[in-house]
Design a protein around this ligand. Sequence first.
Ligand SMILES: CC(C)(COP(=O)(O)OP(=O)(O)OC[C@H]1O[C@@H](n2cnc3c(N)ncnc32)[C@H](O)[C@@H]1OP(=O)(O)O)[C@@H](O)C(=O)NCCC(=O)NCCS
Length: 171
Amino acid sequence: MAVFEPGTVHTERLTLLPLRVEHAEEMAAVLSDPGLHAFTGGVPDSVQALRARYERWAAGSPDPAESWCNWVIRHDDTARLTGTVQATITRDDHGAAAEIAWVVGTPWQGRGIATEAARGLVAWLRQHSVHTVIAHIHPDHAASAAVAGAAGLAPTGEWHDGEVKWQLAMG
Ligand SMILES: CC(C)(COP(=O)(O)OP(=O)(O)OC[C@H]1O[C@@H](n2cnc3c(N)ncnc32)[C@H](O)[C@@H]1OP(=O)(O)O)[C@@H](O)C(=O)NCCC(=O)NCCS
């Protein structure tokens, strides 16, 4: 049972489109640089592997209290896909909490795309009664820390699997 369904989110230069399996072909090229995995581990997916991954995401979490919401980031001027943002949203007694993550293809980096997309995502989560947003970020990943900070998250003292937990309480 999917409790949360991702909706289309518009920002100044971008549209966050709910991710579909058909996005796998273009996204495999966008995410083909092995350097994207420097801090998160793994290697780039082939089109086939990415399609299988997106099929699993579309099928949703086996836990009915948890929703997997994924978006591709479209650059409006060029109509090209540039990356993805995701939110794993878990219901609790006070509403819901979300863990978020982002990736932007190497040719598109350094233009503020991740920052703009993460801010749009956090605004969407706020509109959907999410009271707490968290992210786990490698301590040496300055770009990702900057994105999290710009989206309103701050580092906590908590560590998980070698990463620092960042958090935003939205009340
Ligand atoms: C993290 C990532 C999404 C940033 O994407 P991006 O679109 O280039 O980010 P932005 O252009 O919005 O830049 C964000 C900030 O990082 C800074 N930055 C960009 N590249 C940087 C680098 N190589 N080193 C240090 N800082 C960098 C920018 O200056 C900006 O900071 P500012 O707002 O203070 O100027 C991208 O590097 C990525 O996809 N990395 C691999 C996947 C990953 O590790 N994801 C994180 C999982 S939570």
